[in-house]
Each structure stands twice: as C-alpha cells, then as structure tokens.
Design a protein around this ligand. Structure first.
Ligand SMILES: [Zn+2]
Length: 151
C-alpha cells in the first residue's frame, strides 16, 4: 500500500519538473511585462524550450526550481533521505541536461540567463528583478541570479 501511494506521489512530482507557469516563472514574467519587455514563451525551435524568449535582445531566460535543478548550496535544494540513489541520478541528469541546453544556446549566439527560484522568493526579489533587467540590456552572454548570497 505504502508503495502505491509513494509511486503515485512520485509521478505527480515528476510531472511537475517540466511544468510551465510555475509561480516563480509567473513572478518574473509579470515583472518583465510591467517593465515594458515583450517576450515569447517556450519557443519550441530553441534548444531546451526556454521559459522566456526576448528576441529583441537575443536573450532567453530559464526560471529554475532550486529543488529539481539542484541549485548548488541552496537551502531549497535539499536531497530527500529515502531512495537516495534514485534522487542523485535524477538530479545529476537534470543538471547535465541544463548544461547541454545552455551550451547549445550559446553556440547559436543566444544569451542565457538562469533565474533561480530562491531569488524570486526572497524579500529582496525586487533587487534581483532589477538585476534581471540590467542583464537583459547588457551584452553578457551568460549569468545566473540567485539568493544564495543571503543564505
Ligand atoms: Zn536556490
């Protein structure tokens, strides 16, 4: 019985990994829109179907959940204590896929920004969003924004 519940919960959780319109993503979109940026969502033609695509700036933004994308050193990126082998494999798969997607985008001259969930949850999120805005307008080819310096 326990097993059934566990695997049901697990597949529900698993289906969430590529889910769109997560709360952190919506917060970022709302901020960008109100700052006057216009963007496309989940462009299928680009590697990794980036969450947010700003063509005018040749820039894409990924909003990464800290747990699923295993944000290094982040308190939201805990490792479950049971089935550690399963989770380690899962996390390392996600991290290496993220890295491949990033390289593929940089190779075709797109700029890439990763916004970690912890930044969107922080009390200082408006500061982080301002960093997002200046990155978009910059010429930086890759950057990450997170709240890890607060932890
Ligand atoms: Zn984080």
């Amino acid at each position: 019985m326990t097993d059934t519940v566990d695997s049901a919960t697990r597949s529900q959780n698993m289906s969430r990994i590529r889910s769109k319109n997560t709360k952190p993503e919506l917060l970022v979109r709302k901020y960008l829109f109100s700052s006057g940026f216009r963007y496309c969502l989940n462009d299928r033609k680009l590697p990794g179907r980036p969450d947010i695509v700003l063509r005018k700036y040749k820039a894409v933004i990924f909003v990464h959940g800290c747990f699923w994308h295993h944000h290094q050193g982040c308190r939201l990126a805990y490792s479950p204590r049971s089935r550690t082998g399963f989770w380690q494999k899962k996390f390392s798969g996600n991290v290496s896929r993220d890295e491949k997607v990033k390289q593929a985008l940089l190779e075709i001259d797109w700029r890439v920004l990763v916004i970690w969930e912890c930044a969107t949850r922080s009390k200082k999120c408006l500061d982080y969003f301002a960093e997002v805005e200046s990155w978009i307008k910059s010429s930086s080819s890759y950057s990450e924004i997170s709240a890890s310096d607060e932890l």
